[in-house]
Write a protein that binds this ligand. Structure first.
Ligand SMILES: C[S@@+](CC[C@H](N)C(=O)[O-])C[C@H]1O[C@@H](n2cnc3c(N)ncnc32)[C@H](O)[C@@H]1O
Length: 278
């Protein structure tokens, strides 16, 4: 059976062993092989796949069954309604990171031409979403990975977003003396010993792991953050669900005010924020 409807059903069943989102994965992979969108699949379930398309799909199915994220197989991932290119050089953007974007947009709502910094931009997800929502903002996106920055730059170019600049380097090192109205980061925050790392083996380790305890990157960003904020500027950091109390303590020790942690849609503590006093 090479009709779309049958191929989808068979692939979904196979992927159920390996993926909690088997139905969506199957649709994304079949759509990718056909060079079509998911709505086109639903509109034409009787369409057939050619033998070459079936071969290509089989290769993708095997890679998915081996644990590769669908986004690396299709080269695309949606974030904040933006279609982003993703490669194995960047973390696959997660839906919970949209909370960082929401909080930053709220913080800069009353500021004209705000300056925003995204530390460890990866695919550019946070920086590009802010730049799209606030065309008057000047967004700086950094990463220590040259390969990740290349992906982020391509995303900005494809999305025709010009209010960004990309800077290579470790955290604030390449930005001496610079100050921002808002600083955002979704840094690496997994402990080197975390058993869940095995399930993330296809994603870049330097995007995930931050020392033995998982807090090394967050501690570096938070301790240096206040010196790079405008008075009343805000710092917004994503972290693991169990790290809220530790991250709030780091924010307080750095002298930030109004420290609070927001939960993601699953109810997990996910983004801690604080404000630089005047
Ligand atoms: C968890 S990923 C987040 C990527 C993207 N912001 C997102 O939310 O999808 C962390 C990013 O931080 C970058 N990174 C790791 N160490 C860094 C450092 N010392 N300085 C700057 N960026 C770093 C990694 O290359 C990676 O792109």
């Amino acid at each position: 059976m090479t009709r779309v409807a049958g191929v989808l059903a068979a692939l979904r069943e196979r992927l159920e062993a390996a993926s909690p989102s088997a139905a969506l994965d199957a649709e994304l992979l079949v759509a990718h092989v056909l060079g079509a969108g998911r709505p086109a699949l639903a509109a034409d379930p009787a369409r057939t796949l050619a033998p070459a398309e079936m071969l290509a799909l089989e290769s993708l199915a095997r890679r998915r069954l081996a644990g590769e994220p669908v986004a690396y197989l299709t080269g695309r991932r949606e974030f904040w309604s933006l279609e982003l290119e993703v490669t194995p050089d960047v973390l696959v953007p997660r839906p919970e990171t949209e909370l960082v974007v929401e909080r930053v947009l709220g913080a800069i709502a009353g500021i004209g031409r705000p300056s925003v910094l995204d530390l460890g931009t990866g695919s550019g997800a946070i920086a590009l979403a802010v730049a799209r929502e606030r065309p008057d903002a000047v967004v700086t996106a950094t990463d220590a990975s040259v390969a990740a920055l290349a992906v982020a730059r391509r995303n900005a170019a494809r999305l025709e977003l010009r209010n960004l600049r990309f800077v290579e380097g470790s955290w604030f090192d390449p930005l001496p003396g610079a100050r921002f109205h808002a600083i955002a980061s979704n840094p690496p925050y997994v402990a080197a010993s975390d058993p869940e790392l095995a399930a993330l083996a296809h994603e870049p380790r330097n995007a995930l792991v931050a020392g033995e305890g998982g807090l090394a990157a967050i501690a570096a960003i938070v301790s240096a953050g206040p010196a790079h904020l405008e008075p009343r500027g805000g710092l917004f950091v994503e972290h693991g669900a169990s790290q809220g109390a530790a991250v709030r303590a780091l924010f307080a020790a750095a002298g930030l005010d109004a420290v609070a942690t927001r939960a993601d849609l699953a109810g997990h503590e996910r983004v801690t924020e604080g404000t630089r006093p005047r």
